[in-house]
Write a protein that binds this ligand. Structure first.
Ligand code: ZN
Length: 225
């Protein structure tokens, strides 16, 4: 029997999914394998009330910074997109990229919007437990959500809105790997939009995500710089 050397293991893969794209995708897709319930592939995301930045642009800026930090820390990264230039591919396609990569973590980056402009804060979503869909990834996803949320709040210092389980997210229900979706802050809140549109806060967000991801992988977050 061959015993592989301890250092022979390949570096883990993290799939970074910057939410949305230039254009929404009104086509529908089943919310889980075999489901008759269908949802729009991509409603398009929110927009900054003062910055005018689209959520798709903000998500990508943070994602590209995170890509650099993780690669410097020795993690292999696969991106679901690297430009904001086309019609959103939808959430089954995003989940398939993570599944095909055998991701140790499928990290989805979003920002929130609300009709109430005073609502603010950071929260992290993970899949609700559902037999045959998420039972195999529920525990690890929840563990990742807890760790990443705490690092993200520590980095951004926005109010901590905690964790939320979701049973209706197509990108969760199709995932076969641990998955979380971070909502960095509210782009409909003047304060958070202003801050998130700056390079300083985009760097902070990426640093918090990097530290959380490395801690989830039982690696030292010091590697994030
Ligand atoms: Zn979004």
């Amino acid at each position: 029997m061959l015993i592989p050397p301890a250092n022979g293991a390949r570096a883990p893969v993290i799939v970074i999914d910057p939410g949305h794209d230039l254009r929404a995708n009104p086509a529908t897709e089943p919310i889980g394998p075999g489901s008759v319930t269908r949802k729009v592939k991509d409603g398009g995301g929110t927009r900054g009330v003062v910055s005018g930045l689209t959520e798709a642009q903000l998500n990508l800026r943070v994602a590209l910074r995170l890509l650099t930090l993780l690669e410097e820390a020795g993690i292999r990264v696969v991106m679901t997109r690297t430009k904001t230039a086309g019609t959103s591919i939808g959430n089954i396609a995003r989940a398939r990229i993570a599944n095909d990569a055998g991701a140790a973590l499928f990290l989805r980056i979003h920002a929130e919007g609300s009709t109430n402009r005073s609502v603010r804060g950071t929260h992290t979503l993970y899949p609700a437990l559902r037999c045959d869909w998420t039972d195999d990834i529920y525990g690890e996803s929840k563990r990742a959500a807890r760790i990443v949320q705490s690092e993200l709040v520590r980095a951004l210092r926005f109010p901590d809105r905690g964790l939320q389980e979701r049973s209706d997210f197509t990108g969760f229900n199709w995932a076969d790997v641990p998955v979380i979706l971070v909502e960095l802050g509210f782009m409909t809140n003047e304060v958070e939009d202003r801050l998130l549109s700056t390079a300083t806060y985009q760097r902070r967000a990426a640093l918090g995500l990097c530290r959380g991801a490395l801690r989830f992988l039982a690696r030292s977050p010091v590697a994030c710089g």
